[in-house]
Design a protein around this ligand. Sequence first.
Ligand code: ADP
Ligand code: MG
Ligand code: ZN
Length: 477
Amino acid sequence: MWETVIGLEVHVELSTKSKIFCSCSTAFGGEPNTQCCPVCMGMPGTLPVFNKQVLEYAAKAAIALHCEISRTTVFDRKNYFYPDLPKAYQISQLYSPIGRNGYMEIEVEGETKRIGIHEMHMEEDAGKLIHSEFDNETYPDYNRCGVPLIEIVAEPDFRSAKEVVAYLEKLKSMCEYLGISDCKMQEGSMRADVNLSVRKKGDAAFGVRTETKNVNSFRAIEHAIEFETARQIDILESGGTVKQETRHWNEDRRTGVAMRSKENAQDYRYFPDPDLPPVVLSEEYIERLTSSLPELSEVRRARFTQEYALSDYAAGRLTASKALADLFENTVKLCNEPKETANWLIECLPKALDDAGVAFEDADISFETFAEFIGAIRSKTINKNVGMKVLAAMVKEGSSFDLKGYIEKNGMAMIDDTDMIRAAVKKVLAENQKSVEEYRAGKTKVLGFLIGQVMRSLGGKANPASVNAVMAEELNG
Ligand code: ADP
Ligand code: MG
Ligand code: ZN
């Protein structure tokens, strides 16, 4: 039996306002070549100046990843020629990266696993090449040159795509908590290179690995891992050997192709950048950053189970996203209904977002409105069924949503008038004699159908408990 061994190199764009070595803007999506200057365009004679905010963000990430922090960290030049890199070298770190020997804990199928972090370093991003289909030319866009990155190199500790995705999700959440990156894979602010080899289960030595680049969604990562695992097993089983190479993933065609044989560090002729002095991190600086770190997801999760009596599962789901956990806590402060709030956020909100085609980050739900909503459910102003519709509208309209007005305007208030419910029940029973007979003959499954008919005839707005009670009386009594 074969075993897959995976190691990840993840690049995360830091959300500083300006670039790492100049004051150009880092904003995404600007007109090509409008956010660059002689420094980031690599003009001879210009000098880089290190952005302190980058150091702070990178150091926070290294601390959160439990790394040993270098007291002196140095920038090195990584030399290579490519049209998206006008200087013909990238300022990166090889010999003294900011962090080493850290770890991150992930959870897969209820099991906790520790993934080793080999090292974490700072570097500048390269530009982008735009391939025009119009005239078949390639145009460089240097706006991204010099955008700050951290690269996080994990040990080959992953054994499945599930573990890889769990790690990336945790990393994204960590960056969100730290406020250092938005980690949008679709905009390239989080990018993963997948190093993968296979070996016979039980073997001590690793097999030869390939590195697959350009996998830019969780789905693509799963596909790329599946594809590359099968490809390598195929080669080995037919007596061949895997070549160490860099491969490119094409998600549209669901296939990977070899790009080049893999370079070694010496091919890049690394040397310390003479334009940048070593960066010294004092004990005091590191201590100040450590104590200023926000409460991270694990700690918050444990606190949620204690403070709000939530299950570990619910607390885990809520705290996986800082924004979601904030929405939960702010709502509960106002309505004091932790269980009900957690249920709606975990069970119903994802469906409402999905139906509306809105991402949670973009939904802009106000906690005041959400607390009012939970109040309306608890006070039985609306039932759960109607609640789903209201939630969908809230998601679509964002922070300006008027809950009371919406319920009134759409006549959604809960019907709990027993006479009215009884009339509806009687009508449904009269119209469905056959089902009633079936029920009385012991086929109790038809009860759900009958209740559904009553709910429908009352526009889905009736109190389900009252419908159940009246139905039972009419059927049995
Ligand atoms: P390089 O410097 O050439 O990129 P590294 O040794 O630093 O190589 O490793 C880069 C990445 O490859 C790391 O994430 C590491 O975990 C992973 N890796 C190393 N060896 C293997 C292997 N045999 N199988 C899978 N992944 C590996
Ligand atoms: Mg590498
Ligand atoms: Zn610049």
